[in-house]
Design a binder for this molecule. Structure first.
Ligand code: AMP
Ligand code: MG
Length: 491
């Protein structure tokens, strides 16, 4: 049975501000206990950063807590209500297989959500069983930690426990629970829920709460809700540009999977692009390519427009005025995104200053990659190596021509070659979670209970910019089997 029990010296310091929001935003819900929790992976570095006692958390009672069988002192579990557009269609959602244990305040005063994902049914579960399979939870662990090391805002993964219970999908799979750490779980969909089903006061309470939690610098006076909209637009423009820089494809950019904190959230069918092609889609459920790599910036704008709509009553008393304000703000997203994207792409090419032709230079390289079916990450990696490592692309005359233009461009800035290379080394990851490497790690863990492959992968992924010779293996492409890579969602 679930019991309230203090865990000795674990270091949890809960202060649950979300419970002080109007009750329409959540339902108090304890995790549903599982049969025999076992710690599968534990993130010692993250635990230390959060001020938690790693040793205590790796004990049996720690595993009980990560499984939801024991509620840490101060936690007040709840399931959050939210709605969202899924592949363009609006629907009521909510935490159907997750509970928020509460907010932990770290020794430096940072507030983070501690969420158990896969913790059993809640009032928002609809037809679902509230559970998660081990493979996808380990996958979220690997990719979110890789994103963190890449310097991309993201939720983090503290632990994965196996439950000792099977879950039924297409086949029987081992069940697991992921402990997710996030700046918050407030989504565009949380505001959509408030706008559709909450009172005006409730919507305002959510907006005030979000401002206080994520934009404390916004002052009390002026149009605070416009500042909220701008702030969210800015963070998404920056975030999505970073995804594009490393070839990350989120896979399900539904509005419920867009966090207002600006962190990447909900790693389902996400993956990193290998061969450069803007139309790349890995997700088996994305048949139309709505969330293809090259579409992500546009979907960002679309989602932000849905967010802006929810704020209309707060932006101005007169609806027409409110719409005008919202439209102007959303119109600013494209330029912001473009700025972020260009700045990052310049850095990837070792360019410090700005010239009007830079965008064309970048686009030319991307076109070459597409034409010659070059690997996105390895192309930038090879440009970063000195001397470059020959690839199919760099052997072409197309490339030779482009390289001349690039080198001429580099010569038109003050910084020397070494400075450029250094900038490139910190902007072009040599190691990304390549699909075949992730699959290999998951297979060993799930099929054989062998976590060593995953540990080694996590170690390589933790230093993506180190350009260490011993990581070279992780830069290699898979042997092409001819079968396109597919990721599966929500299993
Ligand atoms: P996701 O695709 O993970 O973003 O989830 C979309 C919605 O489906 C959210 O409301 C989830 O809580 C819900 N959901 C996903 N899987 C399950 C499950 N196994 N049981 C209950 N709800 C689920
Ligand atoms: Mg989701």
């Amino acid at each position: 049975m679930t019991e309230k029990a203090a865990l000795i010296d674990t270091g949890w310091k809960f202060d649950n501000s979300y419970t002080r929001l109007p009750e329409t935003f959540f339902t108090r819900q304890e995790p549903v206990p599982v049969r025999s929790p076992k710690l599968a992976v534990f993130n010692e570095r993250l635990a230390a950063a959060l001020g938690l006692n790693a040793e205590a958390l790796q004990s049996e009672s720690g595993a009980d807590a990560f499984a939801g069988n024991r509620i840490p002192e101060g936690a007040e579990p709840l399931a959050q209500a939210y709605a969202g557009h899924q592949f363009g269609y609006f629907t009521m959602l909510g935490d159907g297989r997750a509970v928020l244990l509460g907010e932990h305040v770290t020794p430096v005063g940072k507030r983070v959500d501690i969420q158990l994902k896969g913790s059993g049914r809640t009032p928002y579960s609809r037809q679902g069983d509230g559970r998660a399979a081990l493979g996808p939870m380990l996958r979220e662990y690997i990719i979110s930690e890789a994103m963190y090391a890449l310097g991309i805002p993201t939720t983090r993964s503290l632990a994965v426990v196996t439950t000792g219970q099977s879950i039924i999908r297409e086949t029987e799979l081992p069940g697991a629970i992921l402990t997710r750490v996030a700046a918050s779980h407030i989504r565009v969909g949380t505001f959509q829920y408030a706008a559709k089903w909450g009172s005006p006061e409730e919507l305002r309470a959510l907006a005030d709460y979000t401002l206080q939690r994520h934009f404390p610098e916004v002052s009390k006076g002026g149009n605070r809700y416009l500042a909220l909209l701008y702030g969210v637009i800015q963070r998404q423009a920056a975030l999505i540009a970073k995804w594009m820089h490393v070839g990350f494809i989120h896979g399900v950019m539904n509005t419920d999977n867009m966090a207002l904190s600006g962190e990447t959230i909900d790693y389902g069918p996400c993956a990193f692009m290998d061969t450069y092609d803007p139309a790349t889609v890995f997700s088996s459920i994305d048949r139309q390519g709505r969330y293809a790599y090259g579409n992500q910036p546009y979907i960002g704008a679309w989602n932000l427009a849905r967010f802006a709509e929810t704020l209309l009553p707060l932006l101005h008393d007169e609806q027409e005025q409110a719409i005008k304000i919202a439209e102007d703000a959303i119109a600013g997203y494209n330029a912001l995104y473009q700025q972020n994207w260009l700045a990052g792409m310049r850095a990837k090419l070792g360019i410090f200053n700005e010239e009007a032709e830079d965008e064309a230079l970048i686009q030319d390289l991307l076109s070459l990659m597409e034409k010659h079916k070059a690997d996105y990450t390895n192309t930038f990696r090879t440009l970063t190596l000195d001397p470059i490592e020959e690839t199919e692309l760099t052997k072409t005359s197309d490339y030779a021509e482009w390289q001349q233009k690039w080198h001429a461009r580099l010569n038109r800035q003050q910084e020397n070659r070494e400075a450029s290379l250094q900038l490139m080394r910190s902007s072009n990851p040599a190691v990304i979670p390549r699909n075949h490497r992730v699959e290999e790690a998951l297979e060993a863990a799930v099929e054989d209970g062998d976590y060593s492959v995953m540990e080694r992968l996590l170690e390589a992924l933790s230093k993506p910019y180190s350009y260490h010779a011993e990581q070279a293996d992780y830069c290699m492409l898979p042997d092409r089997s001819g079968r396109p890579y597919r990721t599966y969602c929500g299993t």
